[in-house]
Write a protein that binds this ligand. Structure first.
Ligand code: WT7
Length: 659
């Protein structure tokens, strides 16, 4: 960790916004920070007023840690704000979604068309028995029907839980049961790297495992004949084409209370069981629309290309709800970045003239590795702004992004936030901030963060202020913001314990952070047991539970080891039960077992069979030492180990194994 801090803080290159960008930017007056600092509620109210409300709120905020409520008494509908209000007048025939399928098919859906289609989907859900307050699981590929089904749920007041298409049957089942889901919306399959991810088949497996509250499964046809027709279960499964097109394109928007649940999205927890992060309607919509407008500088002609999947919060906030709320066109891509070739993202930008690109450091590092020839042979001249999210972006990757993709002139906004924060929290404002490669710069206007040390001493940071004393520590927040999660679904105790117990009345984000003398913030990665693999949150416990679920495994310890491309790669240390002996096949099988239990994203890169694990006298596995082993470093302090010889011999063997 200290190496990282030293390298980062020796980064002194600075990039002020160009005069040209500044002149046209939605935010170009640094006074915005000062104004929002002195009157944060007033700042958020101004953004709330840009939404359409059926009834205005009477109280802006009520906050008693850990519970916040925003825009109390207000009534609105998220779908109305993203769809209906743009489906009339000038924007009616403007593209809402431009879709590019992996096989090369594309579709454009205007706001007017989207209003009709979303209404039909909403009526179809109603005909399946979905009522206001019922939960719907969405397990779809990245096709327009995914954001449209989210919006259809919002329209009728049925909270959705989107399950990423890369997740396994077990993961889908666990989420459906936790959220007591009534209907699953899925597809026969989705295209990925030329093959088909068989979503319906996985849904069937999840149903066989037992999704006790699921009554109906609605099945979209995407991949058709390949790899053959899906099995439809009588009285349970309904083909999309037999139901949706027949529906009326009239469906009223349910007036929702500002604090009514909009969605649940599951994120990894350190106990292994995913946490159902909740977001309500009013505050969330205010947060995502304000940040979309100011961070991405959305203008009427923009085409916003966010490469995330709607299975992650980035796809909720910066594909579906934020941009569409502002009437911005979003570009949606279904497949892999290297299909048919490694220039696919750049070809998509060229073909559809995307103006904004929002992607993750893991993708940027992959593109760097593939080579400059891929972006260089494409016309990227339509781009005007670049964004990054998901993990700390190393200065080299930032510079490559700025130089090769941004032709040395486009602003790069590195945006720090979380599933739990709902919207971007720390970021540059492209028309104001002088950026430094690798720094997420400053809290967004209206946001106050704190950098605290272990004793709870620290500094407050709001806006861009120079400080004399740099400070490193934990990133925490003790001031409410509209889009903050309203807690873990059905588990207030866990919410309190996970996020609000390290420091009193303070939200602990789980990240390390450093404030430099010029008031810039540098994110340093997770300080807890959450790994960040290719920008996705996976807990060590979750992978350990999947491993010990295999009959051959007695004990497992999992760590995230530094990886050039993925940020972190999963390394597992496994003790076998005595009646099993190690082999290459078994190692393969164990890796596959994890992929099967959680999803391919959690497949360990290294799996090392060992006889013992380094433990403290109280029996806690010392992951720090395993990280030293896996990263080939000298061993750190081993004095608290019950048996110091364990780790030395482990290191020896690990270095001579194939992993
Ligand atoms: C964790 C949250 C927010 C959407 C994607 C991830 C890490 C996210 C950055 C950034 C450094 C970042 C943090 C955070 N993270 N963005 N710009 N710089 N770290 O959402 O799965 O909820 O993960 O991602 O560690 O806590 P998530």
């Amino acid at each position: 960790m200290s190496d990282t801090i030293d390298t980062l803080l020796s980064e002194h290159r600075t990039f002020p916004p160009s005069a040209e960008f500044r002149a046209q930017a939605n935010a170009n007056d640094v006074g915005i920070y000062e104004r929002a600092f002195h009157n944060p509620t007033g700042f958020w109210e101004e953004w709330a007023e840009k939404l359409d409300w059926f009834e205005k709120w009477h109280t802006t905020v009520e906050f008693t840690a850990p519970n916040a409520k925003w825009f109390l008494g207000g009534k609105l509908n998220a779908c109305y704000n993203c769809v209906d209000r743009h489906a009339i007048g000038d924007r009616a025939n403007k593209a809402a979604i431009i879709f590019e399928g992996e096989p090369g098919d594309s579709r454009t859906i205007t706001f007017a068309e989207m209003k009709d289609e979303v209404s039909r989907i909403a009526n179809a859900l109603k005909s399946l028995g979905v009522k206001k307050g019922d939960r719907v699981a969405i397990y779809l590929p990245m096709v327009p029907e995914l954001p449209m089904t989210m919006l259809a749920c919002a329209r009728i007041g049925a909270p959705h839980t989107v399950v990423f298409g890369g997740f396994s049957a077990d993961s889908l089942q666990e989420r459906c049961n936790d959220a007591t889901v009534k209907v699953i919306v899925t597809a026969d399959g989705g295209w990925r790297r030329g093959g088909v991810v068989q979503l319906k088949k996985i849904t069937d497996e999840a149903m066989d495992l037992g999704c006790h509250t699921v009554e109906k499964v609605l099945v979209l046809e995407r991949t058709g004949e390949k790899p053959g027709p899906v099995t439809m279960v009588a009285n349970r499964d309904i083909a999309w084409n037999d139901l949706v097109p027949q529906q009326s394109a009239d469906c009223p928007c349910e007036p929702m209370d500002a604090e009514d649940l909009l969605y649940i999205l599951y994120t990894s927890g350190s106990t292994g069981k995913p946490k159902g992060i909740t977001h309500t309607t009013g505050g969330y919509m205010v947060g995502v629309s304000a940040t979309s407008k100011l961070v991405f500088d959305h203008k009427e002609d923009d085409i916003h290309f966010c490469t995330a999947d709607c299975g992650w919060v980035t796809g909720h906030s910066y594909i579906t709800y934020g941009p569409l709320c502002n009437g911005t066109t979003v570009l949606v891509y279904e497949g892999a970045p290297d299909t048919p070739d490694k220039d696919r993202f750049w070809r998509i930008i060229e073909k559809h003239r995307a103006t904004i690109l929002y992607t993750a450091p893991t993708a940027i590092r992959t593109f760097m590795k593939w080579g400059d020839e891929y972006p260089i042979r494409c016309d990227l001249s339509s781009l005007r702004l670049l964004g990054s999210v998901g993990e700390p972006i190393n200065p080299e990757a930032w510079m490559w992004y700025h130089t090769i993709i941004g032709a040395e002139k486009l602003p790069v906004v590195d945006t720090w936030w979380q599933t739990e924060t709902g919207a971007i929290m720390i970021t540059a404002l492209p028309g104001i901030t002088t950026t430094k490669p690798g720094s997420a710069t400053h809290p967004f206007p209206g946001i106050r963060v704190k950098v605290l040390d272990e004793e709870g001493n620290g500094v407050d940071v709001a806006g861009p202020h120079a400080v004399n004393t740099p400070k490193g520590g934990f990133l925490v927040l003790d001031y409410p913001w509209p889009s903050m999660t309203r807690g873990i679904y059905n588990d207030p105790e866990r919410y309190q314990k996970t996020y609000w117990s390290k420091f009193p009345n303070t939200y602990f984000a789980g990240d390390g952070i450093k404030l430099d003398e010029e008031g810039y913030l540098w994110l340093l990665g997770r300080v807890d047991d959450i790994m960040l693999v290719a920008g996705h949150n996976i807990s060590t416990m979750e992978v350990e539970s999947a491993l010990v679920d295999h009959p051959a495994v007695a004990e497992a310890a999992v760590i995230g080891k530094t990886h050039d491309v993925k940020g972190q790669a999963i390394a597992a240390f496994v003790i076998l039960r005595s009646n099993y002996s190690g082999s290459e096949e078994l190692i393969k099988e164990l890796k596959a077992h994890v992929a099967h239990k959680i999803g391919a994203i959690a497949r360990p890169d290294d799996l090392f069979l060992c006889a013992e694990l380094p433990k403290t006298r109280s029996g806690k596995i010392m992951r720090r030492l395993l990280r030293d082993v896996a990263e080939g470093r000298a061993l750190g302090d081993t004095t608290t180990l019950a048996d110091p010889s364990v780790v030395a011999s482990l290191k020896d063997k690990y270095e001579n194994s194939e992993g």
